[in-house]
Design a protein. Sequence first.
Length: 438
Amino acid sequence: MELRELMKEAGLVGAGGAGFPSYAKLNEGAKTLVINGSECEPLLYTDYAILERELDTVLTGIKTVLDGTGIKNALLCVKPHTAKSLSLSDGESLGGGTRVKILPDSYPIGDEISLIFEAIGKVVRPGALPISVGAIVYNVETMYNLGRYVLYSEPVFMKWLTVGGDVKSPCVIKVPVGTRVSDLFKRLGITVDGEHTVIDGGPSMGKIINPATATVKKTTSGLLVLPKNIQASEAKLINEKLSVARAETACCQCTRCTDMCPRHLLGYPLEPHKMVRTAMGAAKAMPEMVINATLCCGCGICESLACSQGISPKAVINNYKELLSQNKMRYSTNTDVDVRAEREYRMIPTAKWKSALGIAKFDTPPVILGEISDFDRVEIPLSAHIGAPSVPTVKNGATVRTGEKIADASSGLSVPQHASVTGHVSVLSDKIIICKVK
């Protein structure tokens, strides 16, 4: 089977981000395969656990991509603590064209643009794709999932994730896609009171979810239980309209948010302080004024560390991103950029970032529990990936088996879905519910 079709049939999407279908990243002209094992966000140990338990499977996935594309070189990119724990050294060969690349221990080094620069020394032109510098980037778990499909014909229906934060026993666990968070927490003995939030993803870029209704998706890298009174939670709980209004009135234009912006330091024409200065009314009339907002990676340094006024340039930029999306506008240029000389001295050490978020005391290495799959019910979304929703291929009341395809990829950018437990199905407009056969 041709590689693109193989990756599509496996249901592969980015395992820790927005869920971009993996097959769509395959383009001609690639010279380096970059594997993101940076575990960019604090408190997450998912990639580490996969590498510790399943490195050979990950390498099988990497080799499959190299063989299918003709790319000669792959870089497994990890932070120093991961390399030390796994006894890996910088430049070490893992066979089959794959070498280890140890990254700086800073945030947000896992941002695709920063990662590519550290891995191959090239800056992706603002608005361009990684392939423009000859790179394709995949997450560790994506390569693990591809390896499972090649070795065992097993599509993506299980998900590795970290359960951590303010819990008694942080762990890394593998559960069926669609597992209800409430069921998982009950199994682990976790109770969430009114003084805590639950975040799907990392403490910086993750989203607050309702644990009573949320489910584990293919993109869920972590479930973090965090107090509401720390910066990691407060930045997400504040009303966005209020945050924007405060930014427009309280900003002193010190430029500190711009000085510390990772994309700005890579030479990108992104200046958060100017975004705050721009009136929303003017931006609505002339959205081209704020088109640079699409260059923001959403790391949150501007709101959680840089700003001395306690405002959120990120909230302002998010508003502009929404405006630009509505107008189908995105920054692009044919001009290369130069990395700013001060970047080396303004990178944020991970320890400092954890302190700024108020989460350092919760960073306890987790226990790797492995697989727990005996849940009675799963709810598999049809559109938890970028692109068109999957199209159900099963009918209400049908019985399906674990791994069976239950939804086809739609036309255009899309992926199929597979049953993560054996049971009876209920097909809804936005998801397929499977109740386990007892």
